[in-house]
Design a protein around this ligand. Sequence first.
Ligand SMILES: Nc1ncnc2c1ncn2[C@@H]1O[C@H](COP(=O)(O)OP(=O)(O)OP(=O)(O)O)[C@@H](O)[C@H]1O
Length: 208
Amino acid sequence: MISIKALAHAYNQDKKINFDDWQVSKGEQWLLLGNSGSGKSTLLHILTGILSPSTGQVEINETEIYQLKPRELDRFRALHIGIVFQRPHLIKSLTIQENLLMAQSFAGLPENRNRIQEVLESLAISASSHQYPSTLSQGQLQRASIARAVINKPALLIADEPTSSLDDQNAGTVLRLLKEQTELNQSTLVIATHDQRIKEAFTHTYTL
Ligand SMILES: Nc1ncnc2c1ncn2[C@@H]1O[C@H](COP(=O)(O)OP(=O)(O)OP(=O)(O)O)[C@@H](O)[C@H]1O
């Protein structure tokens, strides 16, 4: 599902990060661990197709993503990769439902309001579908951003520090929802984190 080989990225002459080879099978759930500055964000950016590595191969869902043309790569990301950030990245001037309609449109998929309803229900936020992001609580917002990430049933769901700004209860809920959504969609999950609270919930870890 994910395969990286001989991967390295140099931001400049003094800063080169080498990544050990890594193979992930479909449906697996992984934690990406490492001290601050070890390269977690760099690797996530490479995996999501927004940072072209200096050397090496990156295969996702049997596609060598850096062989794609820029437009093909944008489409590939919109269709196959869901991303949950530490702080929700929703468009403020759109309601939750409109944000999700936009995510379908970015991926070139037809509008599917039933799918939106289904996802919002599975995340227990269907009552907020016509609200704007600024009117939601932190926990609701993080659920809405998970909805945004999984709306197109991505093969790969990536989360970058998804629980670090949440209290224990919301952190536990978000972790459960991420796992639940990946199981529902038969996706692969990779979570980068420092958060000690979630380390026990995973058997596969890749450490930088
Ligand atoms: N645009 C950049 N230019 C130069 N160096 C960079 C750039 N971005 C990151 N770095 C350096 O690359 C290294 C890895 O950074 P990265 O952000 O990937 O680490 P991280 O493990 O995600 O850290 P944190 O957990 O603190 O977010 C760091 O030493 C950082 O200073």
